[in-house]
Design a protein around this ligand. Sequence first.
Ligand code: ADP
Ligand code: MG
Length: 209
Amino acid sequence: AKVIAVLNQKGGSGKTTIATHLARAIQLDGNSVILIDSDPQGSARDWSAAHELQPVSVVGIDRPTIERDLKSLAATDFVVIDGAPQAADLAVSAIKAANFILIPVQPSPYDIWATADLVDLVKQRIEVTDGKLKAAFVISRAIAHTKLGNEVGEALEGYGLPVLKSRIYQRVIYPGTAATGKTVFDTDPTGDAAQEFDVLKNEIKEFII
Ligand code: ADP
Ligand code: MG
């Protein structure tokens, strides 16, 4: 399986929103997918449980055994890991399991600086894997019709990891859809939100094919 880990120690950066939507987008492309909920709070499991006919399989692995446990999922096309806040041991385990690491970050220097420890871990792993592991930032919860400040660009550039062209904007449809265990692909498949996630999914696929 190709493993995409959505990681950021900071709560509220949009990990669960992005992980659930990516998993669904990949599934709608015709791939088999499993969403791993590595957060002991179980938000992705709660999301899944809110929808009786949930099409995405969600499995909780909130122990630092993710790398080992994923071996049993080799036949699945894609695995998406919803990262935990804090818990460095869980992050390390997810990093080891991953082929691609997506770091969602809100467009504020404080949020970007708070990813420094994670970026260090990810870069170490990129070295160990001779560059086979790929990683990128995605701007999450961007405010529409506003340019990113220069400070944001500068803070990100310092890390030497790519920043995806696609962005996920702050939209009321995301929390609304989450409450029903669905994604915007199910509630508004032709809307702007579904479109931005389709673009994000395609950009990520270019990194891991
Ligand atoms: P994390 O998993 O990193 O803690 P969540 O995805 O749970 O982040 O997001 C935290 C809160 O912000 C949730 O209530 C979620 O619905 C909301 N949220 C996340 N991304 C967006 C977005 N792009 N637009 C609007 N609300 C969002
Ligand atoms: Mg979460």
